[in-house]
Structure formats: structure tokens, C-alpha cells
Design a protein around this ligand. Structure first.
Ligand code: DGT
Ligand code: CA
Ligand code: CA
Ligand code: ZN
Length: 584
């Protein structure tokens, strides 16, 4: 975990406990803002605290006292204020905040008036009906809390892709430095780009495997060694992630990587195919099958047909190299997935992002510079609409001033990048949009998103989103279900139906690339591909660092078999411009 994320977590915890204990709102918000700034920072702020503390203090949102805490963390690995605050309340109380629908105010009521001091006591007291009389805890609220708990049960122990991948890549870089690595890669569900990861798998070939296993046992951030032998080491990190390292001879690296990438179901299908061809596939290689001989092919010392690379194994099985994201036994052996499968390097436009006008941390020009640095030809600024009061959504008056400001910036940048004035407009509960049509018509671009009433019935949600798709001024439906991975179930509309309607109206459905969202999800993207509708992949950036979430959205889209041509963010400046203009 990068130091920024670790620090962000500390400031968020400080804010949570302050909030729970009724500290003043200014202090709570100041800590939340620091957490947000850290999450979105494009550079390592712990490093900056070490090398240039004066510049750290200059970063908006980071005051003297927070800079001191960052420095304290850099030197001691801890922030005393956090430790003291956490010690001042029951250990199980902060976890209550992770339950969807429970904010600090409700948790305070449950804790101080209902005697709820952990998730377990909450379960017990919900079951025995003893929370009924608490202020603000009507039967509807209690039922919603119960549903949230049920949902959380299904996510237990799985880590979001965007949390696991940086940890894995950092460990891989560390192991490479530990020496004697010939080839190394992450494998398992992480390599397949699944939205949540059970554990991190790493496969390596090395001339000194023992040194590699020793290096992992001694890696920074390891809290426990679970097993360690000649070919496998499993450790647990301080953040509770399990990491499995397997080492193999380099000649078998491809077979091992294939095996440990999975999925199990894909591997089963490959083995069946091998069998039909008179071959035998295992983690050591692809061998000629000899049913009369004793033992395994490698025990007999036989040379494999293929083993060193995944490509050679797939080729010997008469298949193209199947990208890891597609290895789910979702028809990838029988049907050729798109030749132009979407890739991060194909993305040339960001169509959904925020500035300081609403809840972002960078100015218009600041965001434009980020887009240029990533080689984009188009960026659309889409700040929040007026209903989003807590996100500083723009009134019509402020929106008009903001449009004028964007147009002025656009002129300055005209020869380098298209800078367009958009808005992320709320889709209201009844399916209407948060600005009147004449105001929407003044914008170049409209992303329409649901942010409220995210517990609605499926049929109601479908109608609400259909109305937005049919609106002639809308380009993109943003994060269509509003789910938060591992935290909020969100809407469950009929996505196949939405995709067919979107295709009819030339509207794109979004894959929000933020690792918290990944919305639409992989299976939904597949429905879009089948319906032939347009898909937008956007980071919904609120600051510089958020642009780096793009690969998570791409992985999700690849898992849904999305080809380049249906993703509007891959189009040329001219083609994209034409589509945008077609809605005006
Ligand atoms: P996860 O960690 O729950 O997100 O999912 P995976 O897919 O990473 O599963 P994991 O870590 O248990 O194992 C990694 C890969 O190793 C898995 O995708 C396929 C392979 N593998 C593990 N155990 C078996 C097994 O018993 N049979 C087969 N065919 N493959 C296995
Ligand atoms: Ca795994
Ligand atoms: Ca594993
Ligand atoms: Zn949004």
C-alpha cells in the first residue's frame, strides 16, 4: 500500500472518531479533507514531508498541524492522535461506520443510547428487537441496516482490485531487487482483473529460489509467515492481505503461470481439450499422454510439448493466447473474443471528471494539464449539478459562470486538446434531470447519473434510467447502478434492456473506472457488447491521482469482452467530436 493511502486511512480514522465523539464539524472536515487530498495526490506526500516540508504545507488542504502529523508518521510510523482517539472508544465502534447507511450520527445513537459497541452486538440487538425505541431508528431504517449486514456477509474477506494491485506490484518490484529473478508475475484473480481479490498470487522463476522465499518472509509490511518451503511461501501483510509466492524452474514458468492464473474453470476446460488431443496439461507443462506408463510425465522425465510460455501452450492446444481477463469459462475457448480488445493505451479522452467548482481538488487548467500529460486529445469537465449540495453542486447561475470559465481555458489550450463544458447531472427519482433542458442545451456534454434513492426496486430503477437514456441531450449514463464495491449494492435495473435502448439512442453507458465503483461491472459490459451499445470508460477524477484508476476500468471492460470500436474514449478527436455534436 502506498504511503499516501496508508496516511489517508489514518486521517480518515481520526475524522471518524472525532465525528463519533461529537467534536466540532470544522475539525472533522479538516481531517477528511486531508484524507481526500492524500488519496488523490499525484506524488508521494510522505516522501515530500521528508525532502521538502515547506512545499508540503503549501498543498491546499494540508495545514501546519496535518503536515506535522505526516512528518510524525514518516519518522515514527504512527500518529499519536489516532492511537489516542481509537483508544478512547470501544474497539468495535469504528467498524459500524463501514455498514452502508450508517453515518456517524446513527452510530453515535446506536452506541451511546443503544449500547451497540460492535457489529456483533448490532446483529444480536437487531435480532432481539431491542433497538426499536431509539430516536431515528424506525422499522424501515432497521430493516435497511439488516439488509446491509446481509450484503456485507457476501463480501467478507475480499479486497478491492485497486487496493491489491499496488501492493502486489510493490512486492514484485521488491522481489526483483532481492535478486536472481528470471521471470516474475502476479497471477490468480488479480491477473484476471476481478473486481475483488481473495488473495494475491505471485509466480516466479529464479536461479536461487531459496533467497526469494527468504526475501518474501522478510519483506516490509509482513505481519505473519503462514507457510514457507522450497517452492511456496504464504505470508499475511499488516493490512490483512494474504500473498502466495510459488517458484518454479524457468523452463516451466509458462505452465505454472497459466495454472496459477486460473480461473479454475478455465483450467478445467483447457485440460479437457488437451485430453481430447491425446495430451496432458498440468502446472509443469503440456505433455504427450501415455495411459500405459506409470506415474506422471515429469516423474518419467519426459520433455513437454510446451511449458516455457503461455503462448506456446495455447498454440499447441490450437488456441490463440487468451488474455487473462477472459479466462473464466465464459465461452472464450469456443468463441473468438474481439480482436481489438480494449486496452489502456487506446484511451484518448476523459469524459467525466470534477474540478474545485464542485468537489474536485484541481482547477480547470489543473485537470486539463493532467489529461495532456496522459496523451488525451479531449477532456470534458463535468462538475456536479445543483441537487448535490454536499458535493457543492452548481446552481444554474454558478454553472453559467463555470461554462464561461471553461470556454476561456479551452481557447488557451485549443491547439493541444479539446476542453469541453459538461456536467454530471443528477437523474432525479422520477427520471427527470437536475437542470431544465434549455440549461442542458448550453452545455457541450451531459453525463446523467443516479446518486440518490439507490435502494429502489429493480423495475423502478429501470424506468428511471430508461428516461435518462431517452433524453435527447444526454451523452453518457454515469455509474448506472450506483453500487460501491464491497459496501453498497446499488440499483439492479435490467441492464440488457438499458443497453438495447442505449444502442437505439446512441447513448453510452459508463464503466466508472474508480476501484470503489467499477460500475458497470464486467457482466454488464458483456450485455452492452451483445446489445451493441456504446460504452464510455471514465475515471470520474476528482484530482490528479484518480486518473491512474483507469486500468481498473479497462480490466473490467476487458472482462466484458469490450472491443475498441464501441468505446467512445478510444475514438479520434474528430469522430468523438461528431458524436458529441450529434446530441446538440
Ligand atoms: P481468489 O484468490 O479467491 O480471488 O481467486 P483465485 O482465482 O486467485 O484463486 P486461488 O488464489 O485459490 O488460486 C489461484 C489459481 O490457482 C486459481 O485461479 C487456479 C489455480 N488453482 C488453485 N487451486 C486449484 C485447484 O484445486 N484446481 C485447479 N484446477 N486449479 C487451482
Ligand atoms: Ca488468488
Ligand atoms: Ca492463492
Ligand atoms: Zn457521480
Amino acid at each position: 500500500m502506498s504511503k499516501n493511502m496508508e496516511l489517508a486511512r489514518i486521517f480518515a480514522e481520526i475524522a471518524d472518531v472525532l465525528d463519533l465523539t461529537g467534536a466540532n464539524a470544522f475539525k472533522v472536515n479538516a481531517n477528511r479533507k486531508v484524507a481526500r487530498t492524500l488519496e488523490e495526490a499525484g506524488e508521494d506526500l510522505a516522501e515530500l514531508a521528508r525532502t521538502d516540508p515547506a512545499r508540503l504545507r503549501d498543498i491546499p488542504g494540508i495545514g501546519d498541524s496535518s503536515a506535522k502529523k505526516i512528518l510524525e508518521f514518516v519518522t515514527t510510523g504512527k500518529v499519536a492522535e489516532r492511537e489516542e482517539l481509537l483508544a478512547s472508544i470501544p474497539a468495535g465502534v469504528p467498524a459500524l461506520l463501514q455498514i452502508p447507511g450508517l453515518g456517524p450520527k446513527r452510530v453515535r445513537t446506536l452506541w451511546t443510547e443503544g449500547g451497540v459497541d460492535s457489529v456483533d452486538t448490532l446483529r444480536t440487538k437487531l435480532a432481539d428487537g431491542s433497538l426499536g425505541g431509539l430516536p431515528g431508528m424506525g422499522p424501515k431504517t432497521l430493516k435497511a441496516i439488516e439488509e446491509s449486514l446481509t450484503f456485507l456477509d457476501t463480501t467478507r474477506g475480499r479486497i478491492r482490485l485497486g487496493e491489491a494491485l499496488p501492493v502486489a506490484l510493490e512486492l514484485i518490484a521488491y522481489l526483483r531487487n532481492a535478486g536472481a529473478v528470471t521471470r516474475i508475475s502476479h497471477a490468480g484473480s488479480l491477473r484476471r482483473g476481478k473486481e475483488t481479490i481473495g488473495d494475491i498470487d505471485i509466480v516466479a522463476s529464479s536461479t536461487q529460489p531459496a533467497a526469494l522465499h527468504e526475501a518474501l518472509r522478510n519483506a516490509p509490511g509482513v505481519s505473519k509467515v503462514l507457510v514457507s518451503g522450497e517452492t511456496k511461501t504464504s505470508i499475511r501483510t499488516a493490512h490483512g492481505m494474504q500473498v502466495d509466492l510459488r517458484t518454479v524452474a524457468d523452463a516451466q514458468y509458462g505452465a505454472a503461470l497459466l495454472y496459477f492464473t486460473g480461473s479454475k474453470e478455465h483450467n478445467v476446460r483447457l485440460r479437457e481439450r488437451a485430453q481430447k488431443m491425446g495430451l496432458r496439461l498440468n502446472e509443469y507443462g503440456l505433455f504427450k499422454e501415455d495411459a500405459t506408463a506409470k506415474g506422471t510425465p515429469q516423474e518419467r522425465g519426459e520433455q513437454p510439448v510446451a511449458a516455457s510460455t503461455e503462448e506456446s501452450i495455447y498454440e499447441a492446444l490450437g488456441l490463440w493466447w487468451i488474455p487473462p481477463e477472459l479466462r473464466e469459462d465464459h465461452g472464450e475457448l469456443e468463441n473468438q473474443p474481439p480482436k481489438d480488445l480494449i486496452d489502456t493505451k487506446h484511451i484518448k479522452a476523459e469524459l467525466h471528471c470534477h474540478t474545485t467548482a464542485s468537489d474536485g481538488t484541481l482547477s480547470i487548467a489543473g485537470m486539463v494539464d493532467q489529461a495532456i500529460a496522459r496523451g488525451f486529445h479531449t477532456i470534458v469537465l463535468t462538475d456536479h449539478s445543483r441537487s448535490q449540495a454536499q458535493a457543492n453542486g452548481l446552481s444554474i447561475e454558478r454553472l453559467r459562470a463555470h461554462i464561461a470559465e471553461i470556454r476561456a481555458v479551452a481557447k488557451v489550450y485549443a491547439d493541444r486538446i479539446s476542453v469541453l463544458a459538461g456536467s454530471e447531472v443528477d437523474i432525479m427519482v422520477d427520471g427527470t434531470l437536475d437542470y431544465p433542458d434549455d440549461v442542458l442545451a448550453e452545455l457541450d456534454f451531459v453525463v446523467a447519473s443516479p446518486h440518490s434513492a439507490l435502494r429502489a426496486e429493480s423495475a423502478v430503477a429501470t424506468e428511471r434510467l430508461l428516461a435518462a437514456i431517452r433524453h435527447p441531450l444526454v451523452h453518457v449514463i454515469g455509474h448506472p447502478t450506483g453500487r460501491i464495491v464491497n459496501a453498497r449494492e446499488g440499483l439492479s435495473p435490467d441492464i440488457a434492456l438499458l443497453a438495447r435502448e442505449a444502442a437505439k439512442h446512441n447513448v453510452a453507458l459508463e464503466v466508472n473506472a474508480n476501484t470503489m465503483r467499477l460500475d458497470l461491472r464486467d457482466s454488464h459490459v458483456r450485455m452492452c457488447v451483445e446489445a451493441g451499445c456504446l460504452v464510455a470508460i471514465d475515471t470520474d477524477a476528482h484530482g490528479a491521482g484518480d486518473f491512474d484508476q483507469l486500468p481498473y476500468g479497462i480490466a473490467t471492460a476487458r472482462r466484458g469482452w469490450l472491443g475498441n470500436s464501441h468505446c467512445v474514449n478510444t475514438w479520434t478527436r474528430a469522430k468523438l467530436g461528431e458524436w458529441i455534436a450529434s446530441k446538440r
